[in-house]
Design a protein around this ligand. Structure first.
Ligand SMILES: Cc1cc2nc3c(=O)[nH]c(=O)nc-3n(C[C@H](O)[C@H](O)[C@H](O)COP(=O)(O)OP(=O)(O)OC[C@H]3O[C@@H](n4cnc5c(N)ncnc54)[C@H](O)[C@@H]3O)c2cc1C
Length: 440
């Protein structure tokens, strides 16, 4: 029997080191670097590269990956415990070599890329020298990939790509993009798409504009609206076979979704800690602490319960991924985590904002951005509704309908079956009872 809720001492020592390192070395960098993905920013490189070297020396670089890919084969459960710390900081995942979307893109390059592609893109990606982009969503609808229109047609030894993509994160900094293209429009919906590695400097790749977050200047964001005009890509830049795009995308999206959830645990814990400190520090007009008000106590209690429930679901899902080594077998769990994430994030961040009053709603606190970020988490890698549908379908697939008019658990039926099975005992008890009562 093994059913543990403890971290072994050796790994706990690593987590303690990570916690102290992030607090003292990485979190200050967040205050100075405008975008940790911008590998062309000199200040960013001066501050982040030495930290990356320190992490490599400690043996904690990209350590969820297998040794074949330069990691330590820690897997998802240990990564979850690390991400619960790293997610506090916007630079944390980059400093430790496990940031989205690069970690997922590295996984598919490793699985499906040629040796040449691995040499040109995977090695510098894993080394932290470049960043990448996953370009899938289209302007006419992201939730339903069967609507995608970006076409790639084979012309000699090149694919020629034409179409538009929307919200391709970090395209402006990326050395290459993994672009999902329609290669066979007449195939069944899930066999139409293929995945192509497109070097970012290929002629015809045009960033129409970089869409930003609320509050950012228009056009200065990091989510690119991209046009691909007659982009020529060598035929061997395809990941997997033509028509295997969905399979390739699932390889990265399964991991990507749970990684977002792991980092979200860090963020909601940060908001919760802030809420508790504020509740103990701030007095109300009646001179009592916020912490002494029952409605505030309810906020604290509800937040703690929701965070712990969510964290346990994330950890168990990570454990299952390591155990089964097959994302398909953990699909329901990953969808459950993905659907639960925006709600717990939103509710805890919104309570923290409310409890901080005017300073909470100001741009001197991160709570407003966290509330918006909860909506981002409900969209990136698939809308919540879609994940709820996936979860429900998977769960319902484990049940059988009854042929009877009344349900199998209908009380009269259950009672009848119990009598059938235990009738003798019942009759014996009734006889004994009658005999007892007949005694003078
Ligand atoms: C922060 C962020 C980063 C992103 N990064 C990337 C990236 O790097 N690369 C990339 O390719 N994409 C990226 N995306 C895009 C993301 O994958 C899409 O936003 C997502 O798939 C939803 O597509 P959509 O935005 O077109 O929404 P739509 O398809 O227009 O859906 C809008 C809403 O309609 C509802 N809805 C839609 N379909 C259904 C349904 N069947 N049942 C019930 N309700 C439904 C949902 O509420 C949904 O949120 C990113 C998105 C965000 C927010």
């Amino acid at each position: 029997m093994s059913w543990e809720f403890e971290t072994d001492e050796v790994f706990q020592a690593e987590l303690d080191w990570i916690d102290a390192f992030v607090r003292t070395e990485v979190e200050p960098v967040d205050q100075l670097v405008s975008d940790p993905y911008d590998v062309g920013d000199l200040l960013r490189n001066e501050l982040i590269r030495p930290l990356q070297r320190a992490v490599k020396q400690r043996g904690l670089w990209a350590c969820h990956l297998s040794p074949r890919l330069g990691g330590r084969g820690y897997g998802q459960l240990k990564l979850a415990l690390m991400n619960e710390i790293l997610g506090r900081s916007s630079s944390g995942p980059i400093v430790f070599g496990c940031q989205a979307p690069d970690s997922g893109n590295a996984e598919i390059l490793a699985h499906f890329g040629t040796e040449d592609l691995k040499h040109r893109y995977l090695e510098p990606l894993l080394d932290g020298a470049i960043v990448s982009c996953f370009s899938m969503t289209e302007p006419q609808g992201g939730t339903d990939p069967t609507q995608f229109r970006t076409r790639a047609e084979l012309d000699g030894d090149h694919w020629v790509v034409n179409g538009e993509k929307w919200f391709s994160s970090n395209a402006r900094y990326a050395a290459f993009l993994i672009v999902m293209v329609v290669t066979d429009p007449d195939a069944p919906p899930h066999r139409r798409l293929s995945a192509l590695v497109v070097p970012a400097d290929t002629p015809g790749v045009e960033i129409v504009r970089n869409v930003g977050a609320p509050g950012e200047p228009v056009g200065e964001g990091t989510h690119a609206y991209i046009r691909y005009h007659d982009v020529h890509v060598p035929a061997d830049h395809m990941l997997g076979q033509p028509g295997e795009g969905f399979l390739v995308a699932q390889t990265r999206l399964g991991g990507g979704r749970i990684h977002h959830a792991m980092r979200t645990v860090a963020r909601v814990r940060w908001a919760f800690d802030a809420m508790c400190q504020r509740a103990l520090s701030r007095t109300t007009t009646r001179g009592e602490r916020l912490a002494d008000q029952q409605m505030v106590q309810e906020m604290i209690a509800d937040s703690w319960i929701e965070i712990e429930q969510f964290r346990l679901l994330v950890l168990r899902t990570a454990w299952k991924i390591d155990r089964y080594e097959d994302y398909q077998l953990v699909r329901a769990d990953i969808s459950a985590v993905k659907a639960a994430m925006p709600k717990v994030y939103h509710d805890v961040a919104a309570r923290a904002l409310q409890l901080h009053g005017s300073i909470g709603v100001s741009n001197e606190m991160p709570f407003g951005d966290m509330v918006i970020d909860s909506f981002r988490m409900g969209l990136a890698d698939g809308a919540t509704e879609i994940h709820k549908v996936t979860l429900a379908r998977q769960i319902l697939g484990r049940y059988e309908p009854t042929e009877d008019l009344f349900p199998s658990y209908h009380v009269p039926r259950a009672r009848h079956e119990a009598r059938e099975r235990l009738g003798e005992v019942l009759e014996r008890a009734e006889r004994t009872d009658a005999a007892e009562r007949a005694r003078p």
